[in-house]
Write a protein that binds this ligand. Structure first.
Ligand code: SF4
Ligand code: SF4
Length: 378
């Protein structure tokens, strides 16, 4: 089970696009944290899975003592039950200090950093309570973070407000040393035709830059392209970071309530489906209902030629946030994918024609092995 554990509703930033709801001081108690650890480990044991704890918020580092206690308790319980416990975190990074990095190292806790590209892009959205940009403070920490974990993943949100900086922002992150980037558009906002045209200009530049980097031999991951290539060669199930609503992934709110997704924890309103709590366990009928709705064909995707795994239209909770329906993608998502898929196809075709070694190694590892063997024997 991958448990997305919301340790607090509070955050030190106030990003306007934030989908985790109002920010207020409500932390998970140590009691609830310990019970959550036991619930997740027991569920994992029962289903023959690993117990993955992904700390979330708000900003999880605002509840650092609770996180620390939960990691230690989960390790103890997992050892007793013979289950593997794994720890992850999504963070804005601003509160992480040396002592935390030492703990992460010791307990193999890997974090994904939320950073929206370069200063112009990041500061357009990722602001403090006083409305100041947070880039300078974060940029000062980047070299140490990348030294701590050279494979650190960056999570970037593209919005109508920051889209004009997207190409420079993404290039900045690769130049800074990131090798793995996840770019997500904010599709809960309306994108005007001008914004969509700008998105196309920016993504065209991102594609040219990615092509140049792969021709230089850089082995990188950018979900915008790689996930579409993986979907083409291996099918959607080959993509590792995809919506898994109500299946192996469950969100735990600071109260201990269970929800299908991080987007539905919010202030724990009654308007979203609750799946039980860490004391009573999962409500099987509600879980089955959510799974069935998430698996239903998407409307209006029908026979759209991009509906073959290349379109990132699988996130049921994102659809629900944007349209109020699990089975209906936001118009902005559809526009984004109609821009993105042709660019990914064009770059992928160019790399295939050139028989680019990085591309072949990533997408066609067996072909690369055969050619290497043939080369060695010939
Ligand atoms: S840092 Fe994350 S949790 Fe905090 S306001 Fe921004 S998006 Fe929301
Ligand atoms: S491009 Fe639009 S219609 Fe086509 S599969 Fe994606 S969301 Fe559905």
């Amino acid at each position: 089970m991958n448990a997305l554990v919301h340790l607090t509703h509070d955050c030190n930033l106030r990003c306007p696009y934030c989908f985790t709801g109002a920010k207020f001081a409500k932390e998970m108690t140590v009691d609830t944290a310990q019970r959550t650890a036991e619930f997740v480990v027991d569920y994992a044991k029962e289903h023959g899975q690993r117990a993955v704890f992904s700390f979330f918020g708000g900003e999880p580092m605002m509840a650092w003592p609770v996180m620390r206690e939960m990691v230690l308790h989960a390790e103890r319980v997992a050892a007793e039950r013979g289950v593997t416990a794994i720890f992850r975190m999504n963070t804005n990074g601003l509160l992480i200090k040396e002592e935390h990095l030492a703990f992460f190292e010791e307990h193999d806790l890997i974090f994904i950093l939320s950073i929206d590209g370069n200063q112009a892009m990041h500061d357009a959205e990722r602001i403090t309570q006083g409305g100041q940009g947070s880039f300078a403070a974060l940029a000062a920490k980047l070299p140490r973070f990348l030294e701590h974990n050279p494979g650190m993943m960056a999570s970037v949100v593209v919005t109508p407000t920051n889209v004009a900086h997207a190409a420079d922002g993404i290039a900045f992150l690769f130049d800074a040393g990131f090798r793995f980037l996840i770019i997500k558009p904010d599709v809960t906002q309306a994108w005007s035709p001008e914004h969509v045209a700008e998105l196309e200009r920016q993504y065209t530049r991102v594609g040219e830059d990615y092509l140049a980097r792969m021709r230089r031999g850089d082995d990188l991951y950018l979900n915008l392209f790689d996930d579409k290539w993986i979907a083409h060669t291996k099918g959607a199930e080959g993509i590792s970071i995809r919506c898994d609503v109500g299946s192996s992934q469950i969100s735990v709110a600071p109260s201990g309530n269970l929800y299908p997704c991080v987007r539905w924890v919010k202030e724990e309103e009654d308007t979203v489906p609750r799946l039980g709590d860490v004391w009573q366990g999962l409500l099987a009928d509600k879980l089955a209902d959510i799974r069935a709705q998430a698996a239903a064909p998407k409307s209006p995707c029908g026979d759209c030629s991009y509906n073959d795994g290349r379109c990132a239209n699988e996130c049921a909770c994102e659809h629900y946030s944007a349209t109020g329906r699990i089975d209906t993608p936001a118009p902005a998502l559809c526009e984004h994918e109609r821009v993105m898929v042709p660019i990914a196809d064009r770059i992928g075709n160019a790399l295939w024609r050139e028989q680019n070694p990085v591309f072949l190694r990533k997408l066609y590892p067996r072909l690369t092995q055969i050619r290497t063997r043939e080369g060695a024997s010939g």
